[in-house]
Write a protein that binds this ligand. Structure first.
Ligand code: GTP
Ligand code: MG
Length: 180
């Protein structure tokens, strides 16, 4: 099939600086873990071909900057998204507390036709740190947060140890595909 006939799915990845957005994408698309934190500036995307219902689709995954001063640059790319992935660090309470802001800001900027049904996915990253013994937020609290916002699907990952990363992204692809 020519690339023109393939379904293009636009995925936006947002969340605080340092939670591991770039690392998750790099692990999923390039099978590489980046040890250094080099803050993303503005926004950039990676693509990955996936099989959905026996057909090839192209995931266009947008990596955005978590740092406050770059927010306006990232938001310009929110429109036309098929799914928004919210990322936080399970060891950092603040990165969980800011999710509400990210969620609201996304809906405001992306302005989807039906905000009630627009698909979000939540990722709690860095579950590898100290074997999970310094977690700041329990899975139960996260699941309650998701339930109160229309049952947002939740995945716990480690970009470092490559735990659950492929599974999370293929689930995201399916969710984006089912939207529209
Ligand atoms: P901004 O681009 O500034 O928004 O940050 P980001 O969310 O893209 O974070 P990035 O992927 O650059 O990761 C920040 C730091 O966390 C880096 O030093 C990564 O190596 C580290 N990191 C990312 N994911 C994991 C993980 O699953 N486990 C551990 N231990 N470290 C991680
Ligand atoms: Mg980044």
């Amino acid at each position: 099939m020519s690339i023109q006939n393939r379904r293009l799915l636009k995925i936006i990845v947002i969340g605080d600086s340092g939670v591991g957005k770039t690392s998750l994408m790099s692990q999923y698309v390039n099978k590489k873990f980046i040890h250094l934190h080099r803050a993303t500036i503005g926004a950039d995307f990676l693509t990955k071909e996936v099989q959905l219902d026996g057909k090839l689709a192209t995931l266009q995954i947008w990596d955005t900057a978590g740092q406050e001063r770059f927010h306006s640059l990232g938001a310009a790319f929110y429109r036309g998204a098929d799914c928004c992935v919210l990322v936080f660090d399970v060891n950092l309470l603040r990165s969980f507390e800011t999710l509400q802001n990210w969620h609201e800001e996304f809906l405001k900027q992306a302005d989807p036709a039906n905000p009630e049904t627009f698909p979000f996915v939540l990722i709690g990253n860095k579950v590898d740190i100290n074997g999970g013994s310094c977690r700041a937020i329990s899975e139960k609290v996260v699941r309650e947060w998701c339930a109160s916002r229309g049952n947002i699907p939740y995945f716990e990952t480690s970009a470092k140890e490559n735990v659950n990363v492929d599974y999370a992204f293929i689930s995201i692809a399916r969710i984006a595909h089912a939207y529209n």
